[in-house]
Ligand binder design. Structure first.
Ligand code: AKG
Ligand code: FE2
Length: 360
């Protein structure tokens, strides 16, 4: 079939905020623009030390992204999902093999309750990941590339340097394991959750995305106002995560938990049915998943802070060395098996004797 062309991209406006009173998690905001002022790094490190081992979700402000830049990506996200299904399916990802690059459709029929979203994962812009994309994406290639690189260079890198400082290790330690040009799979994700009827949602326990941790290093969730993202507190309670317009929500994911011997917590989160005043709009998400280079072994780093806390290399949880790529592929493939109905319960063990942190 001939690919759809979108001549000009209509500007994107966000849906209205909910008027419902929801119980929100109290999250700290790290203003990373402070890193360029004297004393800023120490102030942010002190702040990180106060909260980071309790809750792995936080905000980043002072990140340098304009509201307009973010809405341009949402305009692309919206236009992408409006492409005909047959066209999108030409770019399907091979999740059975643990490869999440490309398009994942929403499940239908009996499995609809397990999976209520469409995704398009655009990998980092390196020769390793050259692959076909729809004309819409090709037409806006440079803009998407600039956006992705900006997250990597201007948000991820300063945070990795800050975390290394907090861990009292060489400040380049984590950065050297997240080189953009190296092999490894980071991606920008466009995502669309489809509103369902009250009845269909009730049958699925009002869950749009089951509780999970992410398998990468840090996940960056750009502003979107449809409430639904919830974080599980250390006490096991679910609380909504507010999405301030000027902030990026960040969550720590599995790879960083492994690298930090469990100090930086990969946080369980889920997405639930939107409040009644927001159920008519689809919920679009714009997310960047940063991940260590493919060959990085997920072993705790030798850190004076972790040693003082008793979280040294001996706390390695794997029965044999597992790389960032192996962990992610195993998680994606297991998730595929549940989502597509090959198994009826999420599988606990992922690889080398280590289980998913959360399964229900
Ligand atoms: O859409 C969201 O707010 C969260 C999505 C999410 O947790 C994920 O894709 O891993
Ligand atoms: Fe997630």
């Amino acid at each position: 079939m001939s690919p759809s062309r979108v001549e000009s991209l209509p500007s994107y406006e966000y849906p209205n905020e909910t008027r419902e009173q929801l119980e929100y998690a109290e999250l700290e905001a790290l203003d990373i623009s402070k890193l360029s002022v004297q004393g800023g790094k120490q102030a942010l490190a002190d702040q990180v030390l106060r909260f980071i081992n309790k809750n792995g979700f936080f905000y980043v402000t002072g990140h340098g992204f304009s509201d307009e830049e973010v809405r341009r990506q949402y305009a692309l996200c919206k236009a992408f999902f409006e492409l005909p299904l047959e066209e999108k399916l030409e770019y399907s990802c091979d999740t059975a093999k643990g490869d999440f690059r490309g398009y994942k459709p929403q499940s239908t029929g009996k499995l609809a309750g397990r999976d209520n979203d469409e995704r398009y994962n655009i990998p980092k812009f390196t020769p390793e990941h050259e692959r076909p994309h729809p004309q819409l994406i090709r037409d806006h290639w440079d803009e998407i590339k600039d956006f992705s690189l900006k997250i990597h260079n201007d948000v991820l890198i300063p945070l990795l340097r800050l975390f290394a400082y907090v861990l009292e290790i060489d400040e380049d330690y984590l950065i050297e394991r997240h080189r953009y040009e190296a092999e490894g799979l980071e991606y920008l994700r466009y995502m669309k959750y489809h509103p369902r009827s009250k009845e269909a949602d009730a049958q699925a326990g009002n869950i749009w995305a089951k509780g999970h941790t992410d398998y990468n290093t840090l996940t960056f969730l750009f502003h979107q106002p449809v409430a639904g993202l919830q974080v599980q507190t250390p006490e096991g309670k679910w609380q909504y995560v507010k999405s301030p317009r000027d902030a990026i929500i960040v969550n720590i994911a599995d790879a960083l938990e492994f690298l930090s011997g469990g100090y930086l917590k990969s946080t369980v989160h889920r997405v639930v049915r939107a409040p009644e005043d927001q159920t008519s709009d689809p919920r679009l998400s714009l997310i960047y998943f940063a991940r260590p280079e493919a060959n990085i072994i997920l072993k705790p780093v030798s850190s004076p802070l972790l040693q003082r806390l008793g979280l040294s290399a001996e706390t390695d949880r794997f029965s044999h060395d597992v790389t960032a790529e192996e962990w992610a592929r195993a998680r994606i493939a297991k998730d595929h098996r549940f989502r597509t109905g090959l198994v009826n319960q999420p599988e606990k063990e992922i690889i080398a004797g280590v289980n998913q942190k959360y399964y229900d």
